[in-house]
Design a protein around this ligand. Sequence first.
Ligand SMILES: [Zn+2]
Length: 230
Amino acid sequence: MKMTKIRNKRPHKTQTKGRVIPNGTRFGEAAASLAEIGRTFHTRGWVLGTSGNFSAVISREPLRLAITSTGLDKGSLAPEQFLEMDEAANVVRGDGWPSAEALLHLAIVRGADAGAVLHTHSVWSTVLSGSHAALGGIALEGYEMLKGLEGVRTHKHREWLPILENSQDMIELSEHVSKTLLESPGIHGFLLREHGLYTWGAGLQQAKRHVEILEFLMEVLVRSGAAQRG
Ligand SMILES: [Zn+2]
């Protein structure tokens, strides 16, 4: 006798590594995309070891983010390792804890009206944020690749990448991030001193593009010697 499968209207589910992620939900889709982006960034050397963290807004009212769980190797990120977090950084879905830096993601989502936030720890951002810390930031100007940043139409654009003092006090640091976004509303990212890059976008693909553009430009600055010339 032939068995007939009955499909109900609940989200389709996929079994992966012992945990169940509902496909077709905003959380499931965001987790899958974030995991793929994380693995790609790892191959580029931008999030080696357990460094970096990634999030995407899946609901505004109430505010909910899909975000990386802390302490995971970014080279083997899987969708089921993501957490759903509320506006106070409480976990509402998934096992594990968000990074202490989750507070920075929330500050950026609110302050820049971002739909996705990506944070990398590349060699270039570590070098530049150290060498330019006293200047308070880095000016990126004259490069064709600047046009990859949302809203930028010409290589003559001057992009200011602020450098914030690094801290382990995430409440204080998130307040500093909010203040920076308020004072410089047009920026596409900022650096934490000898730590890494934070950038964001209206959505995940835009945020990913901003990482690629800013990481490219920082690498150019260091390799060309332009960073040393000021
Ligand atoms: Zn970090």
